[in-house]
Design a protein around this ligand. Structure first.
Ligand code: DX5
Ligand code: ZN
Length: 208
């Protein structure tokens, strides 16, 4: 089964209620948190997650693009995160961060930037619930898919046959299909889903 996680970054922030309704048949909601330091952009944070949590029953797939994720795990758990994915390139100790997420009974994921080799995830693989391969430089929606992600997905799928392998950046029906062929079983899509006239159809086209 392929799970689809629309990225709220591409939504109309002035009408979040309506935007959540448009993606209600997705499998998760991808929430991109940026601190302006780890990535050159600032998105949204805890107050936004807290306000939308009661409005949807979607699984909260939180993607932390922040420098010190370990310091904010408890905050994001309290905001309703179901899975917290942090970057291997952040300043926090990966094992401590995974343990902290698990101590609250939540799922833990590690994400890698395009320049990071997939081998770097291997020491943590057995402790993770998800790996998120970035197929664009993190920080902005609407960028072009980087082909180099496919090889990383193949590598990680052979290393972890049962792992949730998620891909993020430039995903549409074509790039999504190629990621799934390479071994991905979860797809994040921002502009492709929220920019569609019919987000349900866009979600279905990714699932197929
Ligand atoms: C980029 C974010 C992505 C972004 C994807 O830093 O992590 O989740 O929203 O947007 P699209 O699907 O438009 O490339
Ligand atoms: Zn993301």
């Amino acid at each position: 089964m392929i799970r689809i996680s629309p990225s709220l970054l591409a939504a109309d922030f002035s009408r979040l209620d309506r935007e959540l309704d448009r993606v209600s048949d997705a499998d998760a909601l991808h929430l991109d948190v940026m601190d302006g330091i780890f990535v050159p952009n600032i998105s949204f944070g805890p107050p936004v997650l807290q306000s939308i949590r009661p409005k949807t029953s979607l699984f909260f797939d939180v993607h932390l693009m922040i420098t010190h994720p370990l310091d904010y795990i408890e905050t994001f758990v309290k905001c309703g995160a179901d899975c917290i994915t942090f970057h291997l390139e952040s300043d926090s100790d990966p094992l401590k961060t995974i343990e902290k997420i698990h101590s609250f009974g939540k799922q833990a994921g590690i994400s890698i930037r395009p320049a990071t080799a997939p081998e770097a995830v291997l020491p943590f693989l057995s402790k993770l619930d998800m790996v998120l391969v970035m197929s664009v430089e993190p920080g902005f929606g609407g960028q072009k898919f980087m082909e180099s992600a496919l090889e990383k997905i193949r590598f990680l799928r052979s290393a972890a046959p049962d792992m949730t392998l998620n891909v993020d950046g430039g995903i549409n029906a074509d790039t999504g299909r190629r990621c799934v062929e390479a071994g991905a079983n979860m797809l994040v899509a921002g502009s492709y889903v929220f920019g569609a006239q019919d987000p349900s159809a866009a979600i279905a086209s990714l699932r197929d």
